[in-house]
Design a protein around this ligand. Structure first.
Ligand SMILES: C[S@@+](CC[C@H](N)C(=O)[O-])C[C@H]1O[C@@H](n2cnc3c(N)ncnc32)[C@H](O)[C@@H]1O
Ligand SMILES: *[C@@H]1O[C@H](CO)[C@@H](O)[C@H](O)[C@H]1NC(C)=O
Ligand SMILES: *[C@@H]1O[C@H](CO)[C@@H](O)[C@H](O)[C@H]1NC(C)=O
Ligand SMILES: *[C@@H]1O[C@H](CO)[C@@H](O)[C@H](O)[C@H]1NC(C)=O
Length: 476
C-alpha cells in the first residue's frame, strides 16, 4: 500500500504485468517489438488491441519507449472468466466488495516509481517537474481518421461520491519532498471503465461509479474526474475483467507530432506499417500522400538508415509536414546529439511524380478513404493512376508498397487492372477512427513498367520519358 513518504525503495525489484493498448491488427507487431526491446514474450489478449507482458521494475522506463503501444497500464488483477451475477444489484455489490480485496500493492509501487521517472525527466528538461495533464484535455477531436481506442462504452465515473471540498490543487505525482506528506493525504483518482460484450446486466457507468466509490472508501482518496493523480482502469470484455493503473497520461501515438491535420494517422499505426515493409539501410522510402507526414516522420525517427521523401498536393498538408519536421529538429538541436532527420518534403501530384523510374525501394502511404478526405467517386480515378505511377517509380523485383485504405472495393478493382505489376503479399485488417480499413503489403513484380499488355490507359513509355526529363525529386 502507499506509504506516507514518497521514497522509492530500489533494492527489491518486483515483477509486474504491463498491459498495453495497440492499434488493432498490429498486436503481433507489438509483441515482436516487446520481445526485441524488452526481451520478454508478450501475449495478445482475446479482446483485440491489447497485449500483456511481464517486466521487472528496472525495465519501466524502457516500456515508455516502445513505438507500437498507445496506452500503458500496470495490471492489478486479471480475471479470465469472471462470473458476473445475473442481477445488476448483485454484480455491482460484488464489484464494490472487490475493491478492498484486490492485490493493489505492487501496482501502486509501480505507479509511484513511474512518478519518480517522470520527475527525473521533468528536471532534466529544466522544469521543476511536469504538470499532470488530465486525459480529457487531449484534443482527440482534432485527430480524425485515427483510431481512438475508446471501446463502445468508455466512461469515467467516481465523482458522485466526492464531498466537493475546495482543496488546493496539489498533485501527488509532482510534489517536492517536503510536501509529500500532504500529497499522500490528497491523492486524487478516477475510475475509467470500458465494457464490451452483450451479456452484462450493468453499464460501464454503473460499474465505474460503484467500484470507484468502494476504492475511494478503501484508500480514502479523493475522486476527481479531471485533475487526478491515479487513474484506475476497469476493463470488462465479455467474461474477462482486468483491473489496472494507468501509466500513460495521454496516448503515446501523439508523441512526435505537433501539427495535426484532419486525417493525421496515429504514430503507432505508422510504426506498424513501417515494420511491415522492413526498411533496410539506404532504402529510399516514399510517402506520396503524406498529409501531416506522420508515416515518414515515424520512419525517419525509428528506422534511421533509410531516406524518406514526403509529398502531398495540398499546400496546407505540406506546410504541416514541414512544421512537424522542424519542431523535432529544433527539439533535437537543444541536445548534444543534434543530427538532421533523413527526410525531405515536396509538393507534388502523385499521378505525376518528379521521380526517376525504378528508383524507389518502398512506397508507404495512407490513401484518401473518400470520407473525410476526397470522395469515393474520385477514388475510382485516383487509385488506378496512383498504383500505376507507384509501379513506375518502384524498383521491379524488390520494391514494396504498404498501402492503407478503407476503400477496399476500389482498391481491389484498381490492383486487378495493373497488368501484374503488383502482387499482394499480405493484408492486415485495422480499425482507423472506427472505420474498418486494410493495410496491403504489395510486392513490385519483375515486370518492366510500360510493357505489360493490359495495363491501365496511357501509352506505354510516356511516363518514363517524363521522368527522365525531370530527373530527381525537387526537394524543398
Ligand atoms: C488520408 S490523407 C494522409 C494523412 C497522413 N497519413 C497523415 O498522417 O496526415 C491523404 C492525403 O492525400 C493527399 N492527396 C490526395 N490526392 C493527391 C494527389 N493527387 N497527389 C498528392 N497528394 C494527394 C491529400 O492532400 C491528403 O493529405
Ligand atoms: C509515467 O512516466 C512516463 C515517463 O516518464 C511519463 O511520461 C508518464 O506521464 C508517467 N505516467 C503517469 C501516469 O504519471
Ligand atoms: C519523440 O517523442 C518522445 C516522447 O516525447 C521523445 O522522447 C523523443 O525524443 C521524440 N523523438 C524525437 C526524434 O524527437
Ligand atoms: C505555408 O507556409 C508558408 C511559409 O511558412 C506560407 O507562406 C504559406 O502561405 C503557407 N501556405 C498555406 C496554404 O498555409
Amino acid at each position: 500500500m502507499l506509504t506516507r513518504d514518497n521514497r522509492i525503495v530500489l533494492v527489491n525489484l518486483i515483477v509486474v504485468t504491463i498491459g498495453a493498448t495497440v492499434p488493432t491488427g498490429f498486436e503481433h507487431t507489438a509483441t515482436e517489438e516487446v520481445n526485441e526491446k524488452i526481451g520478454v514474450d508478450a501475449r495478445i489478449s482475446k479482446d483485440r488491441g491489447r497485449i500483456y507482458f511481464p517486466i521487472t521494475t528496472d525495465k519501466l522506463s524502457q516500456v515508455h519507449l516502445l513505438r507500437s503501444v498507445d496506452n500503458l497500464f500496470v495490471v492489478v488483477k486479471e480475471y479470465d472468466s469472471y462470473q458476473f451475477k445475473d442481477s445488476k444489484e448483485e454484480t455491482l455489490m460484488e464489484l464494490q466488495q472487490l475493491a478492498s480485496k484486490l492485490p493493489w500493492t505492487n501496482a501502486l509501487e509501480v505507479w509511484k516509481l513511474n512518478c519518480s521517472l517522470k520527475k527525473k525527466k521533468g528536471n532534466r528538461k529544466g522544469g521543476g517537474g511536469t504538470k499532470l495533464k488530465p486525459n480529457s484535455e487531449t484534443s482527440d477531436a482534432v485527430v480524425a481518421d485515427t483510431e481512438e481506442q475508446a471501446p463502445p462504452e468508455a466512461v469515467a465515473a467516481a465523482e458522485g461520491r466526492t464531498n466537493a471540498e475546495n482543496t488546493p490543487d496539489t498533485e501527488a505525482c509532482t510534489q517536492d519532498s517536503e510536501e509529500s506528506a500532504a500529497a499522500a493525504k490528497l491523492i486524487k483518482f478516477r475510475v475509467t471503465c470500458s465494457r464490451a460484450g452483450d451479456k452484462h446486466s450493468f453499464s460501464s457507468n454503473e460499474a465505474a461509479r460503484d467500484f470507484g466509490g468502494a476504492v475511494q472508501e478503501f484508500f480514502q482518496w479523493k475522486a476527481d474526474m479531471t485533475k487526478f493523480d491515479i487513474e484506475v482502469l476497469l476493463n470488462i470484455h465479455n467474461e474477462e475483467m482486468v483491473i489496472g493503473i494507468a501509466l500513460t497520461e495521454e496516448s503515446l501515438h501523439r508523441r512526435n507530432i505537433s501539427h495535426f491535420g484532419p486525417t493525421t494517422l496515429r504514430s503507432t499505426l505508422c510504426y506498424g506499417m513501417l515494420r511491415l515493409c522492413k526498411p533496410q539501410a539506404s532504402d529510399i522510402i516514399l510517402d506520396p500522400m503524406c498529409g501531416t507526414g506522420a508515416i515518414p516522420l515515424e520512419g525517419a525517427i525509428e528506422f534511421t538508415d533509410s531516406f524518406y521523401i514526403a509529398g502531398d498536393n495540398n499546400d496546407m498538408a505540406v506546410n504541416r509536414t514541414v512544421n512537424n519536421i522542424c519542431h523535432i529538429q529544433k527539439r533535437r538541436a537543444g541536445k548534444s546529439s543534434a543530427s538532421g532527420l533523413p527526410i525531405d518534403t515536396v509538393r507534388w501530384d502523385l499521378c505525376n511524380l518528379p521521380i526517376r523510374t525504378s528508383s524507389v525501394d518502398i512506397i508507404i502511404t495512407d490513401m484518401p478513404f473518400g470520407k473525410r478526405m476526397g470522395s469515393k467517386k474520385r477514388n475510382w480515378d485516383l487509385y488506378p493512376s496512383c498504383l500505376r505511377e507507384m509501379a513506375r517509380v518502384c524498383r521491379p523485383g524488390s520494391g514494396k508498397a504498404v498501402l492503407l485504405t478503407q476503400d477496399k472495393k476500389c482498391f481491389a478493382k484498381a490492383i486487378s487492372r495493373m497488368g501484374g505489376l503488383w502482387r499482394k503479399l499480405h493484408t492486415v485488417w485495422v480499425n482507423v477512427g472506427g472505420l474498418h480499413a486494410a493495410v496491403y503489403l504489395l510486392k513490385r513484380t519483375g515486370l518492366v513498367f510500360g510493357q505489360a499488355p493490359e495495363e491501365f490507359h496511357e501509352s506505354p513509355g510516356k511516363a518514363d520519358i517524363q521522368s527522365e526529363e525531370k530527373g530527381d525529386a525537387e526537394l524543398s
